[in-house]
Design a binder for this molecule. Structure first.
Ligand code: F6P
Length: 375
């Protein structure tokens, strides 16, 4: 008797990012071409699983989407089945499980960030066969050196800082550029170094406002009458607070950071004569076409996830570690995030070329193993 074809659901959870469509295309095409599978797209992240809002995904459906930003399936960061805000925070995970069963899904591929992976872990404990695919512009997912979306965000932020450089020079101003990244400084660090930013402020290193003012002042005295500062949205001054842009009620991760760039501008203006301006890059970092690197990473992750499903390796997230593709248990990823290590080779190189991190000295444990790559 012929075996029933493999049926696999796929969803994109959390905030969107460039490369999601490339990953959807890779998962779908690999499953169809290599494993004769049927693919079911779940709309709007886990919300579609709870509400049974799905669509078939054919080979043709994912044609021509490789280069497109966003996600053809829609995404949601307010649809945690364990704390389902559309129903007042109820635990509707049983309903998500029952949708998988009623759709005859053998497995689910969940493409997302830390929230999506934590939910995937919870559902896998309820018996759902899940493989995770890591995405986020923040690059803050545990278990992988890189997430797709990050390279595009860094490219966008780098170009923005390059453009601000010339206007800062003309007007002899201090120009502050605020990047996204939540509680990690990956985007600010990578875009800051790539654009030769004078001061980089990240959440991992609480900055001393007097030191930041001193660097700006010294540059002016030395004849460089402008200063560029990249600051991550999660950065905070010593003895200061993180700046919260808003609290979003209908979500389990309710804090939205943003606005520290303006606080820094006010604090600097009190201390110096130069004009200070702030640009907040915001969601621009998440939109538009992915870079070639992100398209390739998303394709490799997506194809690998499809192969894991076909060989019935479940409860894992595909990952990149030290330049090699691998899989990590979802239990090692759930409820964790990955911040910039203070002994990062990129921080060391930036210090070597005179970049300031807003402190006199960076304190780190010298016994920590130095990461072997820039990510
Ligand atoms: O996690 C991606 C991210 O863009 C963060 O960098 C940012 O803090 C957050 O999402 C913004 O969330 P929202 O799109 O809900 O405003």
């Amino acid at each position: 008797m012929a075996k029933d074809p493999l049926r696999v659901g796929v969803l994109t959870g959390g905030g969107d990012c460039p490369g999601l469509n490339a990953a959807l295309r890779a998962v779908t095409k690999t499953l169809i071409l290599q494993h004769d599978a049927e693919v079911v797209g779940i709309r709007d992240g886990y919300r579609g699983l709870v509400e049974r809002n799905v669509q078939p995904l054919s080979y043709q459906d994912v044609g021509g989407i490789l280069t497109r930003g966003g996600t053809i399936l829609g995404a949601s960061n307010k649809a945690d089945p364990f704390n389902y805000q559309p129903r007042g925070g109820a635990n509707v995970s049983a309903q998500a499980v029952s949708t998988c069963r009623s759709l005859d899904l053998n497995a689910l591929v969940a493409i997302g960030g830390d929230g999506t992976m934590s939910i995937a872990h919870g559902l896998s404990e309820l018996g759902i066969n899940i493989v995770g695919v890591p995405k986020t512009i923040d690059n803050d997912l545990a278990g992988t050196d890189r997430t797709f979306g990050f390279d595009t965000a860094v490219s966008i932020a780098t170009e923005a800082i390059d453009r601000i450089h010339t206007t800062a020079q003309s007007h002899h101003r201090v120009m502050i550029i605020e990047t996204m990244g939540r509680y990690s400084g990956w985007i600010a660090l990578h875009a800051g170094v790539a654009s030769g930013t004078d001061i980089i402020l990240i959440p991992e290193i609480e900055y001393d406002i007097e030191e930041v003012a001193r660097v700006c002042y010294d540059r002016q005295q030395g004849g460089q009458r402008f200063t560029i500062i990249a600051i991550a949205e999660g950065a905070k001054p010593q003895e200061g607070e993180r700046v919260v842009r808003e609290r979003v009620d209908k979500t389990s991760d309710s804090v939205r950071l943003g606005g520290i760039g303006r606080v820094l501008a006010d604090d600097l203006e009190d201390r110096m004569e130069s004009e200070v301006r702030t640009t907040i890059l915001g969601h621009m970092q998440r939109g538009g076409t992915p870079t070639a690197y992100d398209r390739n990473l998303a394709t490799a992750f997506g194809a690998r996830a499809a192969s894991r499903v076909a060989e019935e390796t479940y409860g894992v997230m595909v990952a990149l570690q030290d330049g090699a593709f691998t899989d990590v248990p979802l239990s090692d990823v759930a409820d964790r995030t990955r911040t910039v290590p203070l002994n990062s080779p990129l921080i060391a190189s930036a210090l070597d070329v005179g970049t300031s991190f807003g402190v006199d000295e960076i304190d780190f444990d010298t016994s920590d193993t130095e990461p072997s790559n820039l990510a």
